[in-house]
Ligand binder design. Sequence first.
Ligand SMILES: *Cc1c(COP(=O)(O)O)cnc(C)c1O
Length: 375
Amino acid sequence: MRANPKPVALNDLLRQTTALQCELAASVDRVLASGWYILGRECAAFELEFAAYCGVAHCISVANGTDALELALRSLGIGPGDTVATVANAGGYSSTAIHAAGAEPLYIDIDPSSMNMSASDLAARLTPSVRAVIATHLYGRMALLPALLAVTGRAAVPLVEDCAQAHGAAIGGKKAGSWGALACFSFYPTKNLGALGDGGAVTTNNEQLAQRVKSLRQYGWSGKYQCSEYGRNSRMDELQAAILRAKLPHLDGWNARRREIASAYSAALAGQSVECPRDFGESYVAHLYVIRSQARDRVRAALQARGIATDVHYPVPDHLQEAARGTLAATAQLPVTERAAREILTLPCYAELEDGEISSVVGALHALSQEALID
Ligand SMILES: *Cc1c(COP(=O)(O)O)cnc(C)c1O
């Protein structure tokens, strides 16, 4: 086997920071000089700019994506005794938020081709105790929203979008973050729009829900030192907001580059039995490029031997996690979810990947078929 010239890492955050060095330094300097470091002018401006980008009336910045989910649920009045439907293949963040709100998850199986929530399984499992549905746009692929909203609409249950992997994705020009009663974003550094620390946001078109999230993110205050209900401290800081403002104008370009890389990989896999993304339109922002193979571990080892880093997002479904042991949710029957967890493999796909590295991955994917590893 020919050695790969240079190993290809799954991600390299330093590249984006270096490319934007001047803009980021100017943003940081502006905040340092302002004398105001939490929930100030930068946060307010970012909230307006991100709301406009998503095509919604309100954006409320928070400390991270998991808090965004928890506060969105709490703004809907969800708490102890309530059930929230979600998927078990999306890294466990929604489960954490559901538990933090005091509620219990009900796991819905996934659609085998999109790996997002199955609308028919949602319809089959929905019970009157379900007070909300969280639809995750997994790997940057929009969930099957028209079908899911038809089900939640009939049941009069609010749908909350988890857009943490889907900044900028859209269906028919309507962006992720503008479909649900509320939508939640994370700006963790590796996301399509990433801060230089933690960050998150809730978007909504509903004025009342926006006000409630705003109150909940700051102790439940209705005004300074006036506590109308018990909330959280989940604020964004001015440094992260200023950094996100500098990065937002680049998001569409980065998403286009991610799609280009994803489509080069899928072209290299054409005709092979491995399953891979096939649609590179607006509804996929290639947060993660995930293939499926029954020979996943052999494929992974072969890529590793050629210096190509891979990962599994995510190896253990939520209902099989130790934390779920003994709960009703742990008894969920999710055959499509469990099968996917055994077959999925994530390849390097981020905007700053160099052409030479993409060629290395493409070459390794071609070589895989020659070695008959994928069948
Ligand atoms: C990253 C992520 C989150 C959580 O975001 P944090 O900012 O890390 O709390 C939630 N949902 C999904 C799908 C994610 O990928």
